[in-house]
Design a protein around this ligand. Structure first.
Ligand code: SAH
Length: 264
């Protein structure tokens, strides 16, 4: 048993739950069961309204969402909030978009819970890369094109991405970039600089698995301009690699092609 850092009864429980990429049908059965029974919900911006609708009307809902550059509640406060709610004996569902351990800071949240002796469980969700690729008709590791698939964050720090460019700019590999829209030009430029050809396939998918899904397929040279012209709305996912060419033949989900052309 680990010693708790501060005393006090930890009678509640926190379920850290993945909500999947958007389509409510992609929730796990466990996530659905927990949502329908929860007492408190702490949720993120990426969780769709139809998933929130599963939560009982009597449950307390706390929005902890984060948008680029606009952190509604700082991460440490969210961590502390979960501890406080559990200490008050509540059953908490901490719901996050996609999978809680994939670029979701779920690890930090459960770390604080463990340090404070709060019991928790983690319910995985379908991460954006997996869900969005499926709905966009892009098999991430199709054996004719890729032996590996890498998930990276394209979040810009000081206007740059500190990534392992030689490791990413490999053929027979698919690279999926989360949070990359803002740094798309930088990303494409770096991959070309490190050896991928100008005509290497690349795609960006807006709001995948939802009725507003929109896929733009292009090349490393052309994607930044095409994406800018399309006025895409977040969240968006970038996929780089030969597998992108399969979209043309394997797309099955009906996309609203005009969605990104209109102003919100
Ligand atoms: N934990 C989440 C990721 C959080 S980071 C997961 O496992 O999916 C947020 C990023 O995820 C967004 O910037 C975007 O790149 C990606 N993302 C999440 N949902 C998406 C969706 N429906 N369509 C496209 N990208 C999505």
């Amino acid at each position: 048993m680990t010693e708790t850092t501060s005393p006090g009864p930890a009678v509640g429980m926190v379920f850290l739950v993945g909500a999947g990429p958007g389509d409510p049908d992609l929730l796990t059965l466990k996530a659905e069961r927990l949502l329908k029974a929860t007492d408190v919900l702490v949720y993120d911006q990426l969780v769709s309204p139809s998933i929130l609708a599963l939560v009982p009307a009597t449950a307390e809902r706390i929005y902890a969402g984060k948008e680029r550059g606009n952190h509604t509640i700082p991460q440490e406060k969210i961590n502390d909030l979960l501890v406080r709610l559990a200490r008050a004996g509540r059953t908490v569902v901490r719901l996050k978009g996609g999978d809680p351990y994939t670029f979701g800071r779920g690890g930090e949240e459960v770390h604080t819970l463990r340090e404070n002796g709060v019991p928790f469980e983690v319910v995985p969700g379908i991460t954006a890369a997996v869900g969005v690729a499926a709905y966009a008709g892009i098999p991430l590791t199709h054996r004719d094109h890729a032996q590996a698939c890498v998930f990276v964050t394209g979040h810009l720090k000081d206007g740059t991405m500190n990534l392992d460019w030689p490791g990413l700019a490999r053929k027979r590999q698919t690279v999926v970039i989360y949070m990359g829209l803002h740094g798309l030009s930088h990303l494409c430029e770096k991959l070309r600089e490190h050896g991928l050809p100008d005509d290497w396939p690349a795609a960006i998918v807006q709001q995948g698995t939802t009725p507003r899904q929109r896929t733009i397929t292009a090349t490393l040279a052309t994607l930044p301009d095409l994406a800018a012209a399309a006025k895409l709305r977040p969240p968006t996912l970038i996929i780089v690699g030969k597998v992108v060419t399969l979209h043309e033949r394997l797309a099955w989900f009906v996309e609203q092609v005009t969605a990104g052309d209109k102003e919100p």
